[in-house]
Design a protein around this ligand. Sequence first.
Ligand SMILES: [Zn+2]
Length: 554
Amino acid sequence: MINRRKFVSTLGKGAAASLFITACNSKEAPELILHDANIITSNPTQAKAQAIAISKGRIVAVGSNADILHLANGKTKKIKLSGKTITPGFIDAHSHPASSGRQHLRNVDCDLRSIKAIQDAFRDRSLKTPPGDWLSGFKYDDTKTAEGRYITRYDLDEVSTKHPIFIRHRGGHTAYVNSKALEMAGIDRNTADPDGGMIARDENGEATGFLKENAVELVGDLIPNEFTAKDNQAGVKLITEMMSKTGVTSVTDAYGSKELLQAYRDAYAADELSSRIYCMIGYFDIEDMIAQGMKTGDGDEWLRIGGMKITCDGSISERTARLSEPYKGRPNDYGIIVMDEEEIYSYAVKAHRAGWQIGIHANGDVGIDKSLNVYERLDAEFPREDPRFRLEHCTVINESLVQRIKALNAIPNPFSTYVYFHGEKMKEYGKERLEHMFAVRSFLDAGIKVTQTSDYPPGPFEPMMALQSSVTRTDMSGNVWGPSQKISIEEAIKVGTIHGAYASYEEDIKGSLEEGKLADLVVLEKDPTAVDPFSIIDIKVERTMVNGKWVYES
Ligand SMILES: [Zn+2]
């Protein structure tokens, strides 16, 4: 317990190797054996096994029932799994656990199927909230409400004109506010769009309450940060429990900060983490952290500092990603560049030289091109061994971008549940472009270590949905999007496990089930490689183990 309160040690390759030797030299019988299982290991030298032995949070052996059961003594606990499937724990290589966890505690969950239902939910909340205080919502999705249109300031004015109302889209790049909030932000028909942002207006030039990209914070910045350190900690506890129930054992927070890092530290110290965290840090906090001597990889196998995160362009789910060809049906709309190349470079070069991994949010092919320009420049000017440059999302690609990604050995982190869950948005990209989106097949064929990500809240985090989406490229209504990018279920499991470990420099300690690695695994009701691919999403996660302990048992 002393160690876990500290946050100083670095577990590099040397430490991982010594851990491996300790595990192998152990003459003691294992604490736990799982046997009579169908084990999918993500280890190419031993793809399948029947039994696994675990001690002190680590895997001590993997093999046949006969090989493993004879390691037991009287004290070894044995669990017979009767043919159930075990996979390595899934690694969500890009999501937003701490910031979404605290929203689950406090804000209105707008994942509802009509504007009317959202109005009702806010009306309920307004009755418990003093006039003048903010009402905030999250996970709103304009394409999933029955009315088939955006929610407007006038819909929200029907809820309240006394409370300012602010709803964030589940994609996170746009917001929807009422008249009171616009008034408090001083936004009227004469207000100019900010750089990298847009205030949507009706035919008379009046703001509709719909704010895009850098216009969001014109209102968002007015909302007092009502979350205390205790709230943040409780949010982390809640969201890591929610994620672990679905088979996620490690998560990369793709936009952490000093404040959110503290929330993870507090939850870790209180033994409340149900999944491991790799915490990327937003560019705005990076100079401070460099000054404190911190860098990527600091921490331990539960909580580690990730790369620096910075954003280049807009969002896929909200259709603001910067594209070389316009959105379907909007011939003048190419999306938005949020930060130009020179400014990104100015932050990236400091982080790169201080030993930080870098992750640039780049969705559209134009955004990806600009991000690669930055990486190529860093690589030429300040070459560093194994920088593992990350491209967050890396959604719309072409052959030349793939070749440049491969040449840098960079890591794309595309949305894994979007085809299934956000199918209705895909028509704005078009069938042809979808053959080059979430392009996991293209990345694997080029030998690129692409990961599985949810970007939660924008996408759901259930790994079974990610697997089905990647394998079938079919949305929940049965439409197929970009079938040339289908991958096999075996490939999808590797993408969701060992590739995720690589993206955080942890492939030596997790991501596959093999001797010496951390005992992070999932027990599934059925074998995803043996069922109808359209029923993978229905496979129940029966148990989830992190560090040799069950964090979830159904
Ligand atoms: Zn994100």
